[in-house]
Design a protein around this ligand. Structure first.
Ligand SMILES: [Zn+2]
Ligand SMILES: [Zn+2]
Length: 169
């Protein structure tokens, strides 16, 4: 995992611990150099998620199976006002923005971040959206939907995930 643009270290560290718990895989905090205006759209004053993903895919850390960037600025994708995150389905890279997830209650900020990290990471392990609104793979387009779901996978998604997770020694 790595972070760009005003993400507190404790959010990154807690998110890494969360991934370890939910996915049962080793997580490392890496430092990836970030060009400050990469993907920035001055008209929208937002960053283009696809550009960030493309940038991440240039970093081929041989021992990393996935790379998740947590960013502090707002993300968009063509045709959408904003996105909480984006991932390469069945691929290696994911990006999550905490910009719209922040709450004065920091525990809520953390919990929302965990859900979106697990959701985007789920996509990189080949999972698509789930109709169960409490499953972390359910699609969220609002904070209400983020807050309604849990940070873990439903039984069906968990089974698909397990089939795609690397075997841990
Ligand atoms: Zn999704
Ligand atoms: Zn599910």
């Amino acid at each position: 995992m790595t972070a760009f643009g005003g993400v507190e270290n404790r959010i990154l560290i807690a998110s890494a611990r969360n991934v370890r718990e939910i996915f049962g895989i080793e997580v490392r905090i890496s430092s990836v150099p970030f060009p400050p205006k990469l993907g920035f759209n001055p008209q929208r004053r937002q960053f283009h998620a696809g550009t960030l993903l493309e940038y991440l895919s240039r970093f081929d850390f041989p021992d990393l199976i996935k790379l998740v960037a947590v960013v502090g600025f707002d993300l968009y994708e063509e045709g959408l006002n904003f996105v909480f995150g984006e991932a390469q389905l069945g691929g290696k890279n994911a990006v999550v923005s905490i910009h719209r997830l922040r709450d004065p209650d920091e525990r809520l900020t953390f919990e929302r971040t965990f859900k979106e990290v697990n959701h985007e990471l789920g996509h990189t392990f080949g999972l698509t959206h789930c109709p169960d609104p409490t499953c972390v793979m359910s699609f969220s387009n609002s904070l209400t939907e983020v807050d309604r779901k849990g940070r873990d996978f439903c039984d069906g998604c968990r089974a698909k995930l397990s089939a795609n997770l690397p075997l841990q020694a």
